[in-house]
Design a protein around this ligand. Sequence first.
Ligand code: C2E
Ligand code: CA
Ligand code: CA
Length: 794
Amino acid sequence: MLDHLLSHHDLALVGLAGALCVLGNYVTVLIAGRVPAGARAGGWPLLIGLCGGTTAWSTHFIAMLAYRLYPPGGYDLELTVLSFVVGTALAGLGFEFARRAAHHVLGRASGGALVGMAVIALHYIGMAAMAMPGTLVYDASLVAVSVVLAIALGAGATTALGATRRLPGMIASGLLLSAMTLSMHFVAMHAFDIEAAVSGALPAHGVSRTLLAVAIGGAVAFILTIAVVGAALDVRLARRLRAEADRFRVLAEGAFEGLLVIADGRIVDSNTKARKLLALDDACSNLCPQLLERLIGDAVDTAEWGESDPVELTVRRADGLSFPVEVTRRRLPLPGCASGQLIAIRDVTARKLSEIRIAHLALHDPLTRLPNRRFFAELAERTIARCERAGERFAVMVIDLDNFKLVNDIHGHAAGDRVIAEVARRLAGALRTGDIVARFGGDEFALLLSACPQPAQATALAARIHRALAAPIVLEQGHAHPGASIGVAFFPHDGQDIEALLRRADTAMYKAKADGKATCRFFEAAMDAALLARKRLEERLRRAIECEQLTVAYQPIVDCVTRTPVACETLLRWHDEELGNVSPAEFIQVAEESGLVAALGEFVLRQACQDAAAWPLPLQVAVNVSALQFRRGDLLASVRAALAASGLPPARLELEITESVLIDNRDDVVRTLRGLKELGLRVAMDDFGTGFSSLSYLQSFQFDKLKIDRAFVADMAVDGKEASLVRAIVSMGRSLHMKVVAEGVETEEQAQMLRAFGCDQLQGYLLARPMPADAIAAYLAHHATHPPGLAAVG
Ligand code: C2E
Ligand code: CA
Ligand code: CA
C-alpha cells in the first residue's frame, strides 16, 4: 500500500494535504472542545461542521491533485458540491451528537462514528465526481477496511475529546481525526481501479483542476481564518476565565466568613480569613483532624444538603485559644471528587458576648448592677422550691430609704443616683454570704435571706444595715443621711409565694416607716389592716383638700409675765365624716409622703394671713412649715402671694420650722431662711429638744424664737433633771437673743417654774386651747377691751 502511495502520488502535495488535515482537525477539535457540554448549541454545530467538513474536503481534493496514476480530466460540479455538503452536515451532526451525549462513552463514540461516516461519504461522492475515461471498480474488502477504519478512528476521536475537554484529550482527538481522514483516503485510493477506458470525453459542466485548486485555496483560507480567530478567542477566553477566577478570589477574600473548600475530607482551598480564624498555615496542614471532622460535620447528611442550618461549635485552635463559631455547610460539586463541600465559618464571640450582656441587662439594675425585681423573683422561686422540699424557713426583707425623695428634690437626680449606688454598696457589704440584695427601682431594695430560720438573725442583719447606713453620704454640696425603714416577712409563715412574701414585707416596712424612721418591723397579720387604713386616709385627705374641707384653728401664745396674748399658732383641723377628727400629727405625714403637703401648706398660709389681717389686735400669726414643704415648694413665692393677697404686714407672720429642715445644713436652706428674713418675716425653731438639738443648727441661722417641746414641759414638774434641762435651754436661747416659748403648758405649777427660769412666752391648755377662726377673733376682741393686768388675775 505504501508503494502505491509513493509511486502514484506527488509527495509534496501529499505532505501539504497531511499538514492541512492536521491543522484543520485540530482547529475543529479546539472549537468543539470549547463548547461546554451543558450549553445551548446555537450556531456551533454549523461552524464545527464547516470546519471539519472543509478540512476533510480540502484534504481529499489536494490528495487527488497529488494523484498521478489516473489524473482526472475534471470533476462533476454537482457531485463535488454534494460531497462538501454531505461531509459538512454529517461532521456537524456527529460532533453535536457527541457533545450532547458527552456523559456517555457510547454516546460520544456514536457521534464520532457519524463523523467517520461524513469522511466516507465525502470521499466516495468525491470519487464519483471524477471525470474518468472509464468505470471505477472497487475492491470490496479494502472499501470495508476504509469504512471500518474511518468509523473506528472517528469514534476514538470524539471519545478522546471526552466530557472534560482538557488539552491532552483535544490533542489526541485532533490526531485521531487526522489519522481517520488520511488513512481512510489512502486505503480507499488503493481500493479502486479503472476499467475499460472508452473515451476521453469530459462532463459538460465539469470543474477543471485549476478551479478545484482555487476552491481548495479558499477552503484552506477559511480554515486558517477560523484557526486565527479561534486562537484569538481562546486568548480572550483564557483572560476572561482568569479575571473571573481573580474576581472569585477577591470575593472569597472579602467574605466576612472564613471559607474552606473540602474535597473528600481534605481542605483543597481556603481564604485568608479562614486561615487566620483557625490559625492555619497556608496549606492548612496544621488543622487537627478532630477539628476538621467537626467542621465537616456528618458526611452522611452532606449528600442531602442544599445548605445546612448554621451549627454552633466551640473551636479550639492549635495555639490553645478556643472560641465559639457558627458553621454553615453547603454541598459543592467538585470535578473528580465524590463529596465536596464549602464550609463557612463565622466567629461569633462578639455576638455571644452581647447576648450575655443583654441577658445580664435584663436581669440587673444598670445603676447598681444588683439583680432587678425579675431576677430576684426567679432566685426567690428557686429558694422557695428548695425550702419547701427541706421544710426550711427563709426571710424576705424590703428596704426603703427614709429621706430619699428629699435628696432627689434638693440635690438633683445625679446626687440621688450617687446615694443609691452608695447604699447598694453598703447593703452588699452588710450581707452574709448566700444572701442576695436586689434593687427594685427608686429607693426600694429587697433582700433574700436564704438561711434565716430565726427572727433574731433578721434583726441582727437589720441592725447591721442601720449601722452601715448611719454614716452620712458625702455629696458635692452637703451630705445625705439616707436611713432605711425595713420590713421582714418569713416563708412559709407569711406567704407561700414570692409575691405574697414581698407584699407582706412591704406592709411591715410601711409600719416601720410609720413607727419612726430607721426602724425594722416584722410582718404581723394586723399590719395589713393598718396599711389599708392608711391608704384610705390618704384617699380621703386628697378628697378633703379638693373639696376644701380642711380648716384652721388658732392657739394663743401669751406673755409669760402679763399673760396677755402676743401671738397665735395656726393649727390645721380636719373633720372627716367617716374618720371623725383626724390629728394633723397623723395626716401631715401622710400628706408629706403622698405629695399633698404643698397644696396643704399654701392653703394654711393663705388662710392664716387672711384671718390675722382681720384680727382686732395686730398680733403675730405663726404657721407651721414641715421640712418637706420647706424644701420642695417654692416657699418664698407662696409667702409673698399670701402676704400680698391679705395685706398682712410681713412682720406679723412667723414661720415655725423644725430642726429636720436644717439637717443637711445646705446652702439653699439657709438662703431661703435669709430670704424670709429679708421679707421681714420671723422664724421660730419648733419642737426644740426632740431632734438632734445641735447647737450648730442654732448658730447657722439667727432664729427669732425657740419653742421648747411640750414633752420637756410635761416632765418638768416631776423630774428634777428635766427641769434643769429646760432651765438650760431657756438660758441658752436668751443668750442667743431668741425669745423662748414653752409649749404644752397645762398647769399653773409649770407656768410658775417657766416664769422663774426666765421663759418669755407660754402656750398651752392652761392659757387657751386652739379655737376656730371666729372664736379667736372674739377672744382677741375681749383682750383688746380688757387691760392685761386683769387678764393675768383671771
Ligand atoms: P406643734 O407645732 O407642736 O403644735 C402644737 C400642738 O400641741 C398642737 O397639736 C396643739 O393642739 C397641741 N397643744 C397645745 N397646747 C397643748 C397642751 O397644753 N397640752 C397638749 N398635750 N397639747 C397641746 P395639733 O394641733 O394636734 O398639731 C400637732 C402637730 O401637727 C403640730 O405640732 C404640728 O407639728 C403639726 N401641724 C399642725 N398644723 C400644721 C400645719 O398647718 N402645717 C404643718 N406643716 N404642720 C402642722
Ligand atoms: Ca408648731
Ligand atoms: Ca411644737
